[in-house]
Design a protein around this ligand. Structure first.
Ligand code: NAD
Length: 312
């Protein structure tokens, strides 16, 4: 197999962190692209990451640039470009600024990496994934967004903290929009196969779910300047690896729905199979009435944000 290439648009916190993880794990060569006035920091970060190679024992090539020609041949393009959430700002406040960024970035991708699979991180991510899907004209399996892997990782972390068990032993699935309306599926949560409901009383489970819903805001409040980037970058890494290595992972991703779960013409977080063809399948699991109602509320919230998009 020829050497793989991931282009990351936006060399900020998440972009650079992702570049480091991809390089360090030798998943692919990396192009880290930012706006012309930020080309030097992008080059600086790329060089800095390269210089860790001899120590950490990797040979991935990392290039910083502001020239879209450099993304030519990318298998995956990750979009982290845009404004980050500041304290007190909701994800949805970002929509106007970031839709313009998506239009510009999508133009570059269509011109130089027309066969790539696009993974969107930029917030509000459900609406931005929708915008990129529409703007790109790519098939729906090749445009996806990240929210559920991160939300599920936060949920798993909080469960493990409360129970004092290994976080890798906690499984679960968080669906719906990335935000306060996300839907953690309690029925899927186990610790080493033992249902969470047998290990923890409902009140404590509710507190974990509430903390998961506000997980992004918790980090924003602590950082004081900017939003989370280590776990978001790790989440994108997991999705990109599933696609590049054709792993057929069952991971939640934001994908364009045409009737699945009863939704149409919306990009929403649902369980998917990720492999070499991007989103290869939407997995429709049975939801109870409460989960159905929560997913509907989540879709309604995403529809509200979508209304502000110019291209729909
Ligand atoms: P950041 O500010 O550190 O980085 C953003 C980068 O994008 C900056 O370097 C900026 O120069 C660049 N940029 C802006 N406009 C551009 C353009 N037109 N072309 C190329 N580059 C451009 O922000 P961050 O912390 O890396 O977050 C990036 C985005 O990801 C934000 O929208 C944030 O809200 C979102 N995010 C989403 C999730 C999620 O779960 N979906 C998680 C974390 C962050």
């Amino acid at each position: 197999m020829s050497k793989r290439k991931i282009a990351i648009i936006g060399a900020g916190h998440t972009g650079a962190t992702l570049a480091f993880i991809v390089a360090e794990r030798a998943l692919a060569d990396v192009v880290l692209l930012d706006q012309p006035h930020n080309e030097k920091p992008a080059k600086g970060k790329a060089l800095d990451i390269s210089e860790s190679g001899p120590i950490l024992n990797f040979n991935s090539k990392i290039k910083g640039t502001s020239d879209y020609q450099d993304i030519t041949g990318a298998d995956i393009v990750v979009i982290t470009a845009g404004a980050a959430r500041k304290p007190g700002m909701s994800r949805d406040d970002l929509i106007q600024i970031n839709e313009g960024v998506m239009a510009q970035v999508t133009d570059g991708i269509k011109t130089y990496a027309p066969d790539s699979t696009i993974i969107v991180l930029t917030n509000p991510v459900d609406a931005m994934t929708y915008a990129v899907y529409k703007l790109s004209g790519f098939p729906k399996n090749r445009v996806l967004g990240q929210s559920g892997v991160l939300d599920t990782a936060r949920y798993r972390t909080f469960v493990s903290e409360v129970l004092n068990v290994a976080q890798t032993d906690v499984t679960g699935l968080v669906l719906g929009g990335h935000g306060d309306t996300m839907v953690p599926l309690l029925s899927t949560t186990t610790v080493g196969g033992v249902p969470l409901t047998e290990l923890l009383e409902q009140e404590k489970i509710d507190a974990i779910i509430d903390r998961t819903r506000k997980g992004g805001a918790e980090i924003v409040g602590l950082l004081g300047n900017g939003s989370a980037y280590y776990a978001p970058a790790a989440a994108i890494y997991e999705m990109a690896a599933a696609i590049l290595k054709d792993e057929k992972r069952l991971l939640p991703s934001i994908t364009y729905l045409e009737g699945e779960y009863g939704f149409n013409d919306i990009c929403l977080g649902v369980p998917t199979i990720l492999g070499e063809n991007g989103v290869e399948q939407v997995v429709e699991t049975t939801l109870n009435d409460d989960e159905k109602a929560q997913l509907q509320a989540s879709a309604d919230a995403v529809e509200e944000v979508k209304k502000a998009l110019k291209n729909k």
